[in-house]
Write a protein of this length. Sequence first.
Length: 194
Amino acid sequence: MKAVCLLGSPRKGGNSATIAGWVTARIAELGGEVETIYLNGLQYRGCQGCYACKRESPVCVVKDDLGEVLAKAAGADALILASPVYYGDVSAQLKGFIDRTFSWLVPDYPFAEEKSRLSPGKKLAFVLTQAHPDADLFGDVFPRYSNFFRWLGFPEARLLRGCGLQERSNPATRDHLVTGAREIAGWLAETGAK
């Protein structure tokens, strides 16, 4: 099984990156191959709305650091997206990647039965952290993006969410996060093992 983990936080050792690290470490223990990519260290732009990926190319034509990331993510069995919640959404770094996955949709995606260019049956895991302790706030982030990713060939998605995690919080003190990371890793590691 091959997984790609994208870290959307500008902080290398932030809460979402720490929790995602637990997931990836466990996948590796289970025999999976994982590549982790720190998005804030790359130079890239968001989707340019040029529609070249629908008219003249099966991949995004924008030439920047995200092209290779899109190719690696497209070729993986599982994708892990980790981000803090900023202003009620994923970080700008992760949102830029998500917008560029538009290139994964077939040209006639609004009407096509199979909307994605990717091979079917991929799995998606989201690791989201937020400073606000109220889980009712920003609960729409995961459902919104998991719906888009279903179009892209990820019919199954799971969420690991930490609320009330401040800059100096220690996510390791939250048992549900430690246990959840192991459970999600086990679920992802089943991908491609059949």
